[in-house]
Design a protein around this ligand. Structure first.
Ligand SMILES: Nc1ncnc2c1ncn2[C@@H]1O[C@H](COP(=O)(O)OS(=O)(=O)O)[C@@H](OP(=O)(O)O)[C@H]1O
Length: 308
């Protein structure tokens, strides 16, 4: 029996259950591979697709149902959503529209996308910076209060500098666009950086779901050997160990690797790994919070500093 008992209903002789596991992060960290591996388990299914985007919020430009720090949940109730982010919500200083889940349907509409198996759903945009991701977190809590939360984190400097080519337009709350590495690396911490300051988000999700319900995975470890990670995830959701087919695990999905070719990529990477940068301080805090230096990704006194 999984730790999080699924919530199910029957319709036309078919049984549908809400997912028990929600992957909430992060963009381009290997979530497609991980989801594909998990889908090979006979008791696990992602339902109709890997990413259901059920908890992404809709923009409502037509009416001002409140200040932009308020999100309208599926049942019409309003929630304050930018209460704790240190940098304020998305659109800070601008007249940003209210955001809403209304029109999405109730929990059954979501559950209909899954069968009777233990479902899981990945959306790497839920754990990110800003009002929308916080609203997603609140909506998830409302619909799936017992969900197990999974986040895959990848070297934040790599993630950030990758955007030199790949503007993050798919995540609605990551509107900042990389311009030049110089401006980004030497300027003050912009809201965009907070997507990769994982420590800020971990504390938020712990607070809402409880520490034991949030599992963090290092993307680099997943790439090295997915088996131990899969074992940990099975234990996390309360399933027995399973011998995943090796041929499934030997394939990597959604591989691009084109970002590295940008001429400024290495410079950007090195600049962000200096000891005095915002991302270094985030890693320091994350490694301390989790009590494990592996969450730092690069040593504080990096040799790369000398090379700049
Ligand atoms: N097993 C495994 N472990 C770790 N990382 C992996 C793995 N498989 C794929 N990848 C790399 O993950 C990147 C794609 O991540 P996502 O699938 O999460 O991207 S997406 O946000 O859903 O589009 C993409 O990174 P880049 O190639 O650097 O772009 C993949 O190469």
């Amino acid at each position: 029996v999984p730790a999080a008992a699924p919530r199910c209903f029957e319709e036309n002789g078919e049984r549908h259950c809400l997912p028990i596991l929600l992957g909430v992060a992060s963009v381009r960290a290997g979530t497609t591979s991980l989801a594909t591996y998990l889908a090979a388990h006979p008791k696990l299914s992602w339902g109709t697709r890997k990413e259901h985007h059920w908890f992404r919020f809709l923009m409502r430009k037509d009416e001002a149902s409140g200040p932009f720090s308020v999100a309208e949940m599926a049942d019409g109730s309003l929630r304050e959503v930018n209460v704790t982010f240190s940098t304020g919500g998305l659109g800070e200083g601008t007249a940003f529209p209210a955001i809403s889940q209304v029109g999405r349907g109730d929990w059954r509409s979501y559950a209909r996308q899954f069968g009777p198996e233990y479902g899981f759903d990945f959306d790497p945009c839920y754990l990110a910076h800003g009002m929308l991701s916080r609203a997603s977190m609140m909506a998830i809590k409302e619909t799936l209060p017992n969900a197990k939360i999974l986040a895959v984190f990848r070297d934040p400097a790599h993630q950030h500098c990758s955007r030199l080519r790949d503007n993050v337009r798919r995540c609605a709350d990551a509107l900042s666009v990389m311009r030049t590495p110089d401006a980004e690396c030497k300027g003050p911490a912009r809201p965009h950086f907070h997507n990769y300051c994982y420590v800020e988000h971990v504390e938020e999700w712990w607070r809402e779901f409880g520490r034991h319900n949030v599992l963090l995975v290092k993307s680099e470890e997943l790439r090295e050997d997915p088996l131990p990670i899969l074992g940990t995830i099975l234990r996390f959701v309360g399933l027995e160990p399973y011998d995943f087919p090796r041929d499934v695990l030997s394939r990597e999905h959604n591989v691009h690797n084109t970002t590295r070719r940008h001429p400024d990529f290495d410079y950007c990477l090195q600049a962000h790994r200096r000891p005095d940068t915002f991302l270094t301080s985030c890693n320091d805090r994350l490694a301390t919070l989790l009590g494990d230096p592996k969450w730092h990704w690069w040593p504080s006194s990096s040799k790369e500093e000398d090379e700049l």
